[in-house]
Design a protein. Structure first.
Length: 80
């Protein structure tokens, strides 16, 4: 399963997205502005929304879709 996640989800992402995922994987939940602060970039909210829409193991945790969490198995892989 880990090989699939690496090959199909993480390695297929642009550097910007991989960096965001890796830098925010330790958090229980993340928002776009928080991701931007941690990465020093912009567009974190857009990236999180796109990953959620693509069913890429990113899940919205509020009705406004401003806070997200990673599927626990995906988060564990990112942290490793």
């Amino acid at each position: 399963m880990a090989e699939y996640l690496l090959a199909e989800v993480l390695e297929g992402q642009p550097d910007e997205v991989r960096g965001l995922l890796l830098r925010t994987s330790l958090l229980e939940r993340v928002s776009g502005p928080l991701a931007d602060t941690l990465t020093g970039g912009t567009g974190g909210e857009r990236v999180l929304l796109e990953l959620e829409a693509a069913n890429a193991f990113v899940i919205s945790v509020d009705a406004a879709r401003t806070w997200f969490r990673y599927h626990h198995m995906f988060a564990d892989l990112l942290q490793a």
